[in-house]
Design a protein around this ligand. Structure first.
Ligand SMILES: [Zn+2]
Ligand SMILES: [Zn+2]
Length: 327
């Protein structure tokens, strides 16, 4: 088996009969991979990563990366299985066709949005296909958690999704139907989605824009930071070994392979992400949000060396990766 596609349970604490897991629906940047420009205006020599991204079917190709999105398969104490979707980007339909089918996910139970950029919300129109339906032509509303700022932006772009619930038999009932829940982007204001508590983790995503990450899990603690250029001190304290306690898993963005980033950047570069991993010191870290400078196998070999040196296992995640973890 290709080690990069090994989706056997990772070495995370698991307890009892719990079978919670995290499914990475997308691990790429806003433009997704392959980068279309590398294919329609190829350089000489052509971009190796985008060429590779087309050389195998996407379900066996870790260099094929859709917009970042995470599906939390949460197994409650009573054994009920809930699916919590974090972000619904431009590639959502493609992610459903590929990974909902592969991992046998029948529907979702709630949605959480990190921010209102296109790669986090533009798939909302397609959500209706994964909504539970109780009977013909009636879709149950799915709770969606977002800040007021994100709500205002989404409402302007999808006015038809924020009007009141359509009635049974309505011609347009086959549209996404959401139950909008406003959250505060504040560490002290946790909220519960499908039975799982989430702590908002505000981070800078560019120096004039705040995006939310989330801390979740009571048995294993997981932090998810998908879009970040600078981690605010209070957020860093909440997820650091030297602060509120060591994470079992840190999922953090790394957008560019080279460079050290600058004040205008909206994303972390690899060296900045690895510096953050060292400061936060989780038991394990997975990187997401990579652009086409990252070749999956090459960079993971380099990261294996880094992990050995620093004592913190870090790897690039890939689309379709599923890890089992006791939340
Ligand atoms: Zn490329
Ligand atoms: Zn963004």
């Amino acid at each position: 088996m290709d080690p990069a596609m090994d989706t056997r349970p990772a070495t995370f604490p698991t307890g009892g009969a719990s079978s919670s897991s995290l499914i990475f629906l997308g691990t790429g940047c806003s433009g997704a991979l392959p980068d279309a420009r590398c294919l329609i205006q190829p350089s000489t020599p052509p971009c190796a990563v985008c060429s590779k991204a087309l050389s195998l079917p996407p379900d066996r190709n870790p260099n094929y990366r859709c917009n970042t999105s995470l599906l939390i398969d949460y197994c409650r104490d009573d054994g009920t299985q809930n699916y919590i979707l974090v972000d619904v980007g431009k590639n959502f339909r493609e992610q459903v066709l590929r990974w909902f089918v592969h991992h046998k996910v029948p529907s979702i139970d709630s949605i959480i949005l990190t921010h209102e950029h296109a790669d986090a919300v533009l798939g909302l129109d397609d959500v209706w296909v994964v909504q539970p339906s109780s009977h013909r032509n009636d879709i149950e509303q799915v709770p969606i958690f977002l800040t007021q700022f994100t709500m205002d932006s989404v409402a302007a772009r999808f006015p038809y999704l924020v009007k009141k619930k359509l009635g049974e038999g309505d011609d347009f009932a086959r549209a996404t139907q959401l139950d909008w829940r406003i959250i505060e982007g504040d560490i002290d204001k946790p909220f519960v989605s499908s039975g799982l508590e989430f702590v908002p983790l505000p981070v800078m995503h560019g120096e004039d824009y705040v995006c939310l990450g989330f801390l979740f899990g009571s048995r294993a603690r997981v932090a998810y930071l998908s879009d970040v250029s600078r981690i605010l001190p209070r957020t860093e304290h909440a997820i650091s070994k030297s602060g509120a306690g060591q994470l079992d898993l840190l999922i953090i963005e790394t957008n560019r392979l080279h460079g050290v980033g600058d004040a205008r950047s909206c994303h972390l570069t690899l060296s900045q992400s690895l510096d953050a991993v060292k400061r936060i010191c989780p038991k394990k870290a997975l990187l997401i949000g990579m652009n086409h400078e990252f070749e999956h196998h090459r960079e993971n070999q380099m990261l294996a060396q880094w992990s050995l040196r620093e004592g913190i296992p870090v790897q690039l995640a890939h689309d379709g990766l599923r890890i089992f973890i006791d939340l």
